[in-house]
Design a protein around this ligand. Structure first.
Ligand code: ATP
Ligand code: MG
Length: 201
């Protein structure tokens, strides 16, 4: 399960759980991007904070685990490198890459998309606000034909909205687990005029 997770929220959690169940996955590894090539337009919260929020969000779920693989890699994190690493570690595992539908629609902009599709089963989790016609076209296109679509309740939550809410003092309660809300407050993340607290540990 790849993403920026700035911050992780219930949309991610519900979609990942739906995919785990639908595809009968043994494990879901959460991979916060270290230096996301698609998101250079705004300052991104330090990766250690994003990883820690994921850890707290999935705590207690034995089938979910957080990985710092993409954090420790130098340069931009490419899904292809991540898939190659997992393949090396677990040569017999069947690899699925979980992403939201909006991400799949941008597949053609990824680094070596054909090799990515050859290295895993790509999974598109439904997400509100994604245009159905574009989706149907995408799934008929040569590149996206092999993508597996996973249905789940449409949860209209985005990390962008959470960041904006925190910045204007609005509530994010029940949009992300309490442990993540507490972490955001304690570390002054997403506040309009304050820098995030330094990462500890
Ligand atoms: P941002 O608003 O910063 O782009 P985001 O909410 O889209 O944040 P990402 O970290 O970009 O979160 O998302 C990681 C993955 O999870 C992406 O593939 C994205 O499509 C998917 N995703 C995010 N929110 C949802 C949601 N509400 N339902 C289903 N999938 C989602
Ligand atoms: Mg996004």
């Amino acid at each position: 399960m790849g993403g920026t997770f700035d911050p992780v929220h219930f949309g991610h959690l519900l979609a990942a759980e739906a995919a785990r169940e639908a595809l009968q996955l043994d494990r879901v590894v959460w991979l916060p991007a270290g230096d996301p090539p698609h998101k250079q337009a705004r300052p991104i919260t330090p990766a250690e904070h994003r990883l820690e929020m994921v850890r707290r969000a999935i705590e207690g779920n034995p089938t979910f685990e957080a990985s710092r693989l993409e954090l420790d890699r130098e340069g931009p994190s490419y899904t292809l490198d991540t898939l190659k690493w997992f393949h090396g570690e677990h040569p017999d595992a069947e690899l699925y890459f979980l992403t939201g539908m909006d991400t799949v629609l941008e597949l053609h902009t990824w680094h070596r998309p054909r090799e990515v599709l050859a290295a895993c089963r790509m999974v598109a989790m439904v997400r509100p606000g994604v245009d159905d016609a574009a989706l149907i076209r995408a799934f008929q296109a040569e590149l996206t034909r092999a993508v597996i679509r996973v249905n789940s309740p449409r949860v209209e939550i985005s990390a962008t909205d959470l960041r904006e809410r925190v910045a204007r003092g609005a509530s994010i309660r029940y949009r992300t687990p309490d442990a993540v809300c507490d972490y955001i407050i304690a570390n002054r993340l997403y506040q309009a005029h304050e820098a995030p607290a330094p990462v500890v540990g």
